[in-house]
Design a protein around this ligand. Structure first.
Ligand code: KET
Length: 458
């Protein structure tokens, strides 16, 4: 038998030409592909030829669409216009539109360098000093739930990774339970629960007529959900609407959740960015905790400490007993171990140093207020420009009522496309703009673009 084959041909792609290529439509030899062709000779030997064409076993994998939020940053980078403005991702920029590393973070990093910290693996649950600091920041250091050791905390891969671990816990220990998410919500919530195979449905949240909270709709939908559902709530600075319930409304939401034996599940990604105060922004979570409710809370330090790329956050499970908290923590670790083994140390050390040192902590609060303040001032300036320039009588005051990093403009997809295509202003297609990426100098330009898109595109 004479056989020649190119080494790059994989064994499973070896075809006997006569036997396997009868159907030309199925034979890669006739189309594109890297295949081996066997031909019988008179002496019954075989000659094998390899024909190199480009086939892959990944050919049935289609192109994934760009991410609705992070994809916007990629498109922004590719734009060469001098006017371009990235209001897509919720990331804080300076007045010069540059990324900002907090001064207190640099100080903490210098200290870490001086100490010559090692790079050993962390335990599965993360850095102990971080876990203590993060739970205290969330619940308040003298909250009885901490003294009673009723909170199971593990360090997670920022907000997203922490949500994903919580979703895995729900899937494993509450099979079939549904997660209720607000309509609209942060785009990645649905992906997280889909990937974790946790069923979800939406509750009403935003009322486009009032550009405010559809509180009655929200309450009705939470009431109507099957008993024992998880209710995902944005702890503060709701993304994308910038509309939070008032404290009285939070009380009523807690009433219904308790009544229906639901499970509150908070996503706290903006602690400090709603009001400028870390404590005030945790009041929703603390209100539920004070009622003796069990709850889940995912935390992120991407925004409030500007540690986006460090991927530092936590999942906290408040249980009704210390004993339950120990067991829950052991299972959170069991979920984390095969997912990512243990979390990264650098960001966790920064958080532990900043929260654990009173001087640093106060400096952080000042910088936090400065960042939140800058966003408030561009919010005001944008509103001033919109109301001064738009002669149609449209009420733009909703811009001022919204809080946090974003403004939900009410622009539809076509209008948002116009913002990008004509004005080079990059934003998500749900009409959200990140005011954290806006400078005072660009407010007038942005107002012109919004007015044009709103009135001239339908
Ligand atoms: N929850 C919410 C509500 C949220 O807006 C974000 C991020 C996260 C969690 C997770 O962030 P992490 O960096 O994993 O801690 N939101 C911004 C960035 C993103 O989409 O990833 C955004 O909405 O622009």
């Amino acid at each position: 038998m004479a056989s020649t084959a190119l080494p790059s041909v994989c064994p499973s792609a070896v075809l006997s030409f006569q036997d396997k290529c009868k159907d030309k439509t199925k034979c890669a030899f006739f189309g594109k592909g890297k295949q081996t062709l066997s031909i019988k000779t008179k002496s019954n030997g075989q000659i094998t030829m390899a024909v190199a064409v480009n086939t892959s076993r990944f050919d049935n994998i289609t192109m994934a669409p760009p991410d609705p939020i992070l994809g916007v940053s990629e498109a922004f980078k590719a734009d060469t216009s001098e006017m371009k403005l990235n209001l897509g991702v919720g990331a804080y920029r300076t007045e010069e539109l540059q990324p900002y590393v907090l001064k207190v973070v640099k100080k903490a990093e210098n200290l870490m360098l001086e100490r010559g910290e090692n790079k050993e693996y962390l335990p599965i649950e993360g850095l102990a000093a971080f876990n203590k600091a993060t739970a205290e920041l969330l619940f308040g250091a003298d909250n009885p739930v901490l003294h009673q050791q009723r909170v199971a905390t593990i360090q997670g891969l920022s907000g997203t990774g922490s949500l994903r671990v919580a979703a895995a816990l729900i899937e494993r220990y509450f099979p079939g339970a549904k997660v209720l998410i607000s309509s609209p919500t942060w785009g990645n919530h649905k992906n997280i629960f889909n990937d974790a195979r946790v069923p979800w449905s939406e509750y009403r949240y935003y009322d486009p007529k009032t550009v405010g909270l559809d509180f009655d709709g929200m309450i009705a939908d939470i009431k109507a959900a099957p008993e024992g559902s998880f209710v995902l709530l944005h702890g503060c600075a709701h993304n994308p609407t910038g509309i939070d319930p008032t404290l009285e409304q939070w009380e009523k939401i807690a009433d219904v959740i308790q009544e229906k034996n639901h499970f509150p599940f908070f996503d706290v990604a903006y602690q400090g960015f709603a009001s400028g105060s870390l404590d005030e922004d945790a009041s929703s979570v603390r209100l539920f905790a004070a009622r003796g409710m069990e709850l889940l809370v995912a935390q992120s330090y991407s925004k409030n400490l500007g540690l986006y790329a460090e991927r530092v956050g936590a999942i906290n499970v408040l249980c009704s007993s210390a004993d339950a908290a120990v067991r829950v923590k052991s299972q959170l670790k069991r979920i984390a171990r095969p997912m990512y083994s243990n979390p990264p140390v650098h960001g966790a050390r920064i958080v532990a140093n900043v929260v654990g040192n009173p001087d640093f902590f106060n400096e952080w609060k000042d910088e936090m207020e400065m960042m939140a303040g800058r966003i408030k001032s561009v919010r005001q300036k944008l509103y001033n420009n919109l109301s001064a320039k738009d002669k149609s009588g449209k009420d733009w005051s909703f811009v001022l009522k919204q809080i946090g990093m974003f403004s939900f403009t009410g622009l539809n997809k076509a209008q948002s496309d116009n913002m990008t295509d004509k004005w080079h202003i990059y934003m998500t297609k749900d009409g959200r703009i990140s005011l954290a990426g806006l400078s005072a100098a660009k407010c007038e330009y942005l107002a012109d673009a919004i007015i044009d898109s709103y009135h001239n595109v339908s």
